[in-house]
Design a protein around this ligand. Structure first.
Ligand code: FNR
Length: 369
């Protein structure tokens, strides 16, 4: 159990000090808006509010889960409370990091607990999919899921899917057999919404269709182009062989923009577009492709470890300014209208999507099915 905690902090340290992002892009650069010289709206009338899982937020941005698992107000607790204060101030949702450490060491619960500083935030708990696998010793079930949600008074539970990270980690949990069935059972028993969340390798439409079929409430595509968990594991790897494997898979996955398009094309599920979101134009493109929220992790880590709430808000405020500006320039007064503006898809994104979906139809009818 000590191992889980130490691992977690190595991750944070590498994310703060090393280049851990993908060397390939999210593909948002291949998604283009068509500039509108006559927007026919006032910039001031733009409404950025959004509904998601029955709640209304002021902005379509989510602080993606990163950490937890230390005692009291040590590093993880400080990060979560800082992020939570920013989320409370902006009225946007946030997630905590994997609560596996808390299930094993219940005394670490406070590092995930933010209700004291964020009474109203839509809070998402977090557990890992492999923990629910058929072949996992002491596999998790509804009991652990309830504990994760209720100990921190969360509103929903994210189940993270991270086969890439686990597969390049010498001590990785590469049991994934029976996870879909376990999630279907969990969905029947847990009285909270469940978000299936990738962590940097993207969700394909085939996986999204299966998740929708078992009643999962939303998908966080966690696509390629931002933090690479294979990249993080590369720095943690102790020997040549592990280093090689992590390096080879550094850029593995489905780029975020393409994952959003696939999932929106194939399902009606609410989508969170996370993975390499680094400005408000990317957020606008993700929403135009059909995402309901855009999620951000790595850029917020630096101010959060310092307890710098204003620093977190400043980054998010910049994204919000850019999003609003992009919406003005395409004449979209709200997210509904943003979903209908014309988009042009070029290069690699076009090649990919033409082989995966009916791109012409998708570009005409991007609305939720
Ligand atoms: C993460 N992420 C993550 N996701 C998850 O479901 N459970 C977790 O415990 C963590 N832990 C974690 C720690 C740190 C330091 C980072 C940066 C990220 C993944 C995160 O939620 C997100 O999906 C990816 O990081 C992609 O977004 P960015 O970082 O490219 O904006």
């Amino acid at each position: 159990e000590e191992l889980t905690i130490i691992r977690k902090f190595e991750h944070i340290e590498h994310c703060l000090k090393k280049q851990v992002e993908a060397h390939v892009s999210t593909q948002f650069e291949n998604i283009h808006f068509v500039h509108k010289s006559l927007p026919e709206i006032d910039k001031d009338e733009i409404d950025l509010s959004v509904e998601f899982l029955g709640r209304k937020f002021d902005y379509p941005i989510m602080i993606a889960g990163m950490t937890g698992g230390t005692k009291g107000s040590q590093i993880a607790g400080k990060i979560n409370k800082t992020l939570a204060k920013a989320a409370q101030e902006l009225n946007i949702p946030m997630g905590v990091g994997s609560q596996r450490a808390m299930i094993r060491n219940p005394e670490t619960w406070e590092s995930y607990y933010v209700r004291d500083v964020a009474p109203d935030v839509f809070l998402v708990g977090n557990l890992g999919a492999p923990q629910f696998a058929e072949t996992m010793p002491n596999r998790y079930g509804v009991e652990e899921a309830l504990k994760a949600v209720e100990t921190i008074q969360a509103d929903a539970l994210a189940i993270h899917m991270n086969p890439l990270q686990e597969s390049v980690q010498p001590e990785g949990d590469t049991q994934y057999r029976g996870v879909l069935k376990a999630l279907a059972e969990l969905k029947n028993e847990l009285p909270y919404p469940i978000i299936a969340k990738e962590t940097g390798a993207g969700v394909s439409m085939e996986v999204a269709i299966r998740l929708e079929s078992i009643g999962i409430d939303a998908i966080d595509v966690g696509g390629l182009g931002g933090t690479s968990w294979s990249g993080v594991e590369y720095y943690r790897a102790k020997d040549e062989r592990s280093k090689n494997l992590a390096l080879k898979f550094w850029d593995w996955g489905i780029p975020t923009a393409l994952s959003v398009a696939e999932v929106r094309y194939a399902t009606g599920l609410p989508i969170i577009a996370t993975g390499g979101i680094r400005d408000g134009i990317m957020i606008a493109k993700a929403l135009a492709l059909g995402a309901n929220l855009a999620g951000v992790a790595l850029p917020l880590l630096k101010p959060a470890v310092k307890g710098d709430v204003e620093g977190v808000i400043k980054i998010l405020q910049r994204y919000i300014d850019e999003l609003r500006n992009a919406m003005f320039l395409v004449g979209a007064r709200n997210l509904e209208e943003l979903r209908k503006v014309p988009l042009v898809v070029t290069g690699f994104a076009r090649e990919w999507l033409e082989q995966r979906i009916d791109l012409a139809e998708f570009l005409r009818e991007r609305r939720r099915k």
